[in-house]
Design a protein around this ligand. Structure first.
Ligand SMILES: [Ca+2]
Length: 336
């Protein structure tokens, strides 16, 4: 169990507080008008309808402008415009080495085998593609994203010699800190963009139940880690520029780059609260992250852990029963 140093959710007397941030000034006027003021499933649906039906950039390399051409611009080294920078390696490589065994290729952040399955538009979506050194890309394989388990026998840091800021364990991959938020927001985009409402498009879902992430499902994770990373690595000018450039190619934007406050609004759903005589029970769906609970008597007083941990039930719902000890007035949930 790993705890986030910053509480992402604070439940005070049943009120859920989340952070907010100002909107970007250069988002096209009215682009998100239909989504304003919404939360949860309603927000996700409204944003989906804003960003779906994008202009598909072909994946296959050829004489047409394709995704490899786009990545030469999107992931260009600002210090050397003839080069790209690998998303994990953070190394500059000549753009001309695309496709060479000693060069770079296209990395799918949301692994192709976890629901994309080589089908456009998801397969070629530029929000999900990054330039990466071919060897490092191969090393990541189909691992989901998470904090590496340093106690695992398979723990490695770096995960690959050519990506010194990475680490890995047998099932997950931890990218450099400077791109953790970028990757999280790209995966949030994918879960929003691909809802299965069109026959050729998958319904993608982020999860904390990482056993669900297989080549026969459409899951990716780990959701609670991605929520933490989106806070720890906020949007910067380079990520904004990439979003603007993707918009120029695909005619759609990543809402979570433009409006980081929508990450919590879209992916941390409302809690259901059921009170009994000596306990109350919180429940939230599997889309929500794993959390631990703490209790206190007054604001400003010390927080102590609630001994029972949230449990993921067979129905993909997290639940925790919180005891109403004498004097206890406050509970809070922390991302694990
Ligand atoms: Ca970043």
């Amino acid at each position: 169990m790993r705890k986030c140093p910053i509480p992402s959710l604070l439940l005070v007397c049943g009120v859920l507080l989340v952070s907010s941030a100002a909107s970007r000034a250069d988002t096209p006027p009215g682009y998100y008008a239909a989504a304003e003021g919404k939360t949860g499933a309603a927000l996700r649906l409204a944003l989906h309808q804003v960003i779906h039906n994008h202009n598909i950039i072909p994946y296959a390399s050829g004489t047409r402008f394709d995704t490899s051409d786009a990545l030469r611009v999107l992931d260009q080294d600002p210090a050397n415009t003839n080069n790209i920078i690998g998303i994990y390696s953070r190394q500059s490589e000549p753009s001309s080495s695309f496709g060479l065994t000693t060069g770079w290729n296209r990395e799918h952040l949301w692994c192709d085998s976890y629901g994309l399955d080589g089908r456009e538009p998801a397969y070629s979506d530029l929000n999900n593609l990054r330039a990466e050194d071919e060897n490092v890309n191969s090393s990541r394989g189909n691992k989901f994203f998470d904090i590496s388990d340093t106690n695992s026998a398979g723990y490695r840091k770096p995960a690959h010699a050519e990506a010194p800021l990475t680490s890995t364990d047998p099932d997950s991959w931890e990218p450099p800190a400077s791109v953790k938020g970028d990757i999280a927001r790209a995966l949030f985009y994918m879960a929003l963009r691909y809802t299965g409402d069109v026959g050729s498009e998958p319904a993608l879902s982020l999860t904390d139940a990482t056993v669900q992430i297989t080549s026969t499902t459409n899951f990716m994770g780990r959701l609670s880690t991605l929520l933490r990373w989106s806070q720890a690595d906020p949007v910067d000018a380079a990520e904004q520029l990439r979003n603007d450039r993707v918009y120029s190619y695909q005619n759609n934007r990543n809402p979570f780059v433009d409006r980081p406050d929508w990450v919590a609004a879209a992916f941390i759903p409302a809690l259901s609260i059921a009170r009994a005589s000596s306990t109350f029970t919180l429940a939230w769906t599997n889309e929500a992250p794993a959390m631990s609970a703490e209790q206190s008597t007054e604001l400003g007083s010390a927080w102590t852990a609630v001994t029972n941990a949230p449990a993921l039930t067979a129905s993909n719902t997290w639940t925790i029963a919180l005891p109403l000890a004498p004097g206890t007035r406050l509970f809070r949930l922390r991302l694990q």
